[in-house]
Design a protein around this ligand. Structure first.
Ligand SMILES: [Fe+2]
Length: 411
C-alpha cells in the first residue's frame, strides 16, 4: 500500500489516533506564539503518525492531551509531518511530553518571562545536506541553548520529491541531536531559504511570478511548509518573548516579495517593537554580502526596502545567511560605518561546502570574513548582548559585544 493511500484510508476512517504512532517518530520543537507560555511539538513519522501529544509538568502524575494538526504527506515518501501546540504553560518551567503512548517521554523548557539572568541561544544557517550538518547540530546542542535559530536552506530539498531523503536525514538529526546536556529537547526557529522552495522559483524577483496564496506556497515549498508551522504557510512572522526579545523572521523573495505586503507588515512590526532591547531580524539572503558583490540584485533590493526600517527601529544586529562563509559587517547606518549602526552577521555555513569570502580590506562594509563553518552563541542580558562565533571545532572566529539602549530615540 502506498503512503498516500494509507494516509487517505486512515483519514477517511478517522483512525489518526495515538495508537497509530510508530515507536520513534522524529520529534522536534518550535513555537508559533509566545515562547514563554506555549510550545509546538512537531513530528515526522510513517503515516498516519500520532494523533495527539500528551504533556505534563515535569514530575506530575496526570497527562494532558493536545490534538494533532491534520497530517501532511511528505512528497516522495510514506511519511507525514504534523504538530500540536501546547498552550497555557508556565514560563521557565520544565515539561514532559510524548507523541503517542508508545513514544519515549521527552522534555522541554519554556522561556523565562523576564531576562533576570543571561539567556543563551545559538544561531546559524544553511545546514543543507552537507558533511558537517550533524556535527554542527551536536555542537549547537553542546552549548545548552534555550533554543536554536536556523536561517534557511534547511535540507536543500528544492521542493523536489527526489530529494526527500535529505529531508528525512535532517529531521532525524534534529530529533536525535538537538538535545541539551540535561536531556531537554531544544526548540528550533527557522526562516525560509531559496533551496527550501521549488528550483524554478528560487530567484524570481518579478513579484508577479511569486506564489499568491497559502495553497500555492504549500505547492512550491511542500517540505518546508509541512514541516514548520512557523513561519508556516505565510512564510514570515514574529515571535515575542516577554518584553526582552523579538525574532522577526523574514522571507527574502522565496515565498513572498521583499517589497510586497511583507514590507508593510515589517514596517508596522518593527515600529511596535522599538522598545524591545533584543530585536533581531532573521532572513536568508544578505543585505550586505560577504561573498557576492554588494551590487547583487537581491541584496540591493533588501537594502532599499528593509535596512532603513531596521535603523529606524534601533535594530543593532541582523542575522544573515546563504553565502556559505562567515562575515561580520561594521556597524552600519545608510551603508556607512557608524558606532550606533546595525551589524549584519553570519553567512550560513552550518553544513554546506564553503565558498571563498571577500577581503574586508577591499570592502568598506566588511569587518571580518572567514572561510569557515560556523555558529553564533548569543548571550542576552538586560543591558548587553555578547555574540561568540565558533567554528566546527568550537574555536573562536569572532566576538561581538553590544550594549542595550532603552530606546532608539535615546541620545
Ligand atoms: Fe541559499
Amino acid at each position: 500500500m502506498t503512503g498516500t493511500l494509507r494516509l487517505i484510508l486512515s483519514l477517511a476512517a478517522g483512525s489518526v489516533a495515538c495508537t497509530g504512532a510508530t515507536a520513534s517518530p522524529d520529534v522536534y520543537l518550535t513555537w508559533q506564539r509566545d515562547p514563554t507560555t506555549t510550545m509546538t511539538v512537531c513530528w515526522q513519522d510513517a503515516a498516519p503518525g500520532p494523533g495527539a501529544v500528551e504533556w505534563r509538568p515535569a514530575g506530575a502524575d496526570q497527562w494532558s492531551k493536545a490534538a494533532a494538526s491534520a497530517p501532511r504527506l511528505l512528497p516522495g515518501t510514506d511519511r507525514i509531518a504534523a504538530h500540536a501546540e501546547l498552550t497555557g504553560l508556565q514560563p521557565d518551567t520544565d515539561y514532559e511530553f510524548r507523541c503517542g503512548e508508545e513514544d519515549a517521554i521527552r522534555r522541554f523548557r519554556t522561556l523565562p518571562a523576564t531576562l533576570d539572568r543571561p539567556l543563551t541561544f545559538v544561531e546559524g544557517g544553511d545546514p543543507q545536506d552537507g558533511p558537517a550538518m550533524e556535527q554542527m547540530l551536536r555542537l549547537a546542542a553542546s552549548r545548552d541553548p534555550a533554543f536554536v535559530v536556523i536561517g534557511g536552506d534547511l535540507t536543500f530539498d528544492d521542493g523536489l520529491s527526489e530529494h526527500a531523503g535529505r529531508v528525512e536525514r535532517f529531521f532525524r538529526a534534529l530529533g536525535r541531536d538537538l538535545v541539551a546536556s540535561d536531556g531537554r529537547q531544544i526548540p528550533v526557529v527557522v526562516c525560509v531559504g531559496n533551496h527550501d522552495v521549488n528550483r524554478d522559483r528560487q530567484w524570481i524577483i518579478d513579484n508577479e511570478a511569486l506564489p499568491r496564496d497559502a495553497e500555492s506556497r504549500r505547492a512550491v515549498a511542500p517540505y518546508f511548509v509541512a514541516s514548520w508551522p512557523f513561519p508556516g504557510e505565510r512564510g514570515y512572522g514574529v515571535l515575542d518573548a516577554g518584553d526582552y526579545l523579538s525574532l522577526v523572521v523574514l522571507d527574502t523573495n522565496h515565498l513572498n516579495a521583499v517589497d510586497g505586503p511583507q514590507l508593510d507588515w515589517l514596517r508596522a512590526t518593527l515600529a511596535a517593537r522599538k522598545h524591545i532591547p533584543h530585536l533581531f531580524p532573521v532572513y536568508h539572503v544578505p543585505a550586505y554580502p560577504g561573498v557576492r558583490d554588494l551590487r547583487d540584485e537581491m541584496s540591493t533590493l533588501i537594502r532599499g526596502a528593509w535596512t532603513p526600517l531596521f535603523e529606524q527601529a534601533g535594530v543593532r544586529l541582523a542575522f544573515e545567511h546563504h553565502e556559505h562563509a562567515f562575515k561580520a559587517t561594521h556597524p552600519l547606518r545608510g551603508g556607512k560605518q557608524s558606532a550606533d549602526g546595525t551589524v549584519y552577521l553570519g553567512g550560513g555555513a552550518m553544513g554546506v561546502e564553503l565558498r571563498d569570502p571577500r577581503d574586508p580590506a577591499r570592502e568598506p562594509h566588511l569587518a571580518k570574513t572567514a572561510k569557515s563553518h560556523h555558529l553564533h552563541e548569543v548571550v542576552l542580558e538586560s543591558q548587553r548582548r555578547t555574540v561568540r562565533t565558533i567554528d566546527l571545532d568550537g574555536r573562536d572566529i569572532h566576538r561581538l559585544q553590544q550594549t542595550v539602549r532603552d530606546s532608539p530615540d535615546d541620545p
